[in-house]
Design a protein around this ligand. Sequence first.
Ligand SMILES: [Zn+2]
Length: 67
Amino acid sequence: MNRFKNVSNCPKCGGTELGKGKQSGYAVMYPFNKMSFGSNIEYIICTECGYIIESYVKNPEKFKGSF
Ligand SMILES: [Zn+2]
């Protein structure tokens, strides 16, 4: 499964050198009403200008029912 396959270039600078990163540790995102669970965040970034093209939480199912 590759949910990033549709991304091919940067909408800001047109750069095609994209990178994939992730945030964890203090940067994890938590569901609003569940303080005990957190999810890492993954990013597709442009390595030319640094623009974050897409971001995803790693475990979206943890956020069900938090709205
Ligand atoms: Zn760019």
